[in-house]
Write a protein that binds this ligand. Sequence first.
Ligand SMILES: Cc1ncc(COP(=O)(O)O)c(C=O)c1O
Length: 423
Amino acid sequence: MRQVSPAHAAASVQLPKAGRSPSAIWATMDEARQADVQWQQGRVAALVYLPGDDVVAVAKEAYLRFFSENGLSPRAFPSIDRFEREVVAMTAALLHGEHALGNITSGGTESIILALKIARDKARAEHPEITEPEIVLPETAHPAFNKGAHYLGLKAIRTPVGPDFQLDLDAYRDAVTDNTVLLVGSAPNYPFGMIDPISEMAEIAAERRISFHVDACVGGYFLPFLERLGTPITPFDFRVPGVTTISADLHKFGFAARGASVLLCRDADIYQYQGVRFTDWPSGIYSTPTLAGSRPGGAIAAGWAVMQYLGEEGYVRLTQQAMRAATRLQAGIRAIPGFQVFGEPVMSVFAFGSPERDMAAVAAGMEARGWFVHPQRRPPGIHVMLSPGHDAFIDTYLADLRAVVDLVDRGQIDGAGREAMYS
Ligand SMILES: Cc1ncc(COP(=O)(O)O)c(C=O)c1O
């Protein structure tokens, strides 16, 4: 993994000598956000999720009410402890984890790193002969796995998908060695929004008595509701034997405040490897279930409040709305000659492109019209994660896409300045 250069070391700004007034601070902050993407106008399809103003208001109110509380101490804040337990219980029920245990983390990345730690420490206990532990994951799995593997001294081996963008199961199976401690699958993966063949993959793990993690960071609070809407969903949760841990992000399609994901372990036997307890210092027992020490009470409270506010019916309604946006956008994309949606996305997360066109030019054109473009590099395209609130902007997006493609075809836009996104 390459090091990233420090972002702020050279900044010339110093702490003001005298404090500034709140109004001066707000003015500076409002000015600072002038160049931010207009997410309120649906201009970015990821990063910010749009469940509707009412849901956001509930999340904000809950966050502010528990702004000062710290999830580090259940003894000091039984309220936060209760919210966390109930969020975990509700999530476990959604994902059919009858005996599941877990916690709220700061996000998908932390949940994934924690799952890697569980797998590593479980293997240390059960397979002490493994001295150079490896994990095997599809090439479509999130980079957080490589990041975590780097931190935890695990070797990450990525295996390819086929021309249909579905995992090549034989290549995946072949990558498993006597050193493998964890296999990974996604439900769905970020690049193509496709669910890996979790049952077959988890069977390989079960045969070898090693861990299997399902990254449902994107699908954990979406697929269960899509299933309730009658869409057949590839089995991906604890109903699949061999699945040991699952991550599901509250701050994505759970529609809670940023800084909240759930990591679930199938049972107590697996959960025992999650936390850390330390006593060898002058102060009290230090025991934490996740990577963080202090944890924002607000994020935990907001997760609980949004789940209570929406209920199953609310999530089903929002899932339906996001799928409506996805279906309309996909139909519009397919109607543009040469354009295709890659693979068979199961939810409102997918990528599209036109093999015959310079996608850097299309991206440049869309950005010039105020759309924030997430590039898809293999194959070249544009990636989107659509929220329910994006439904209102699909027509404008498609009109701009058609206009941009027309300009690209007439040679009036090129990819100047945008090539790096695709190189
Ligand atoms: C499938 C998947 N897993 C994990 C993550 C990481 O989540 P976070 O950004 O909350 O750390 C993402 C982020 O988009 C994702 O799409």
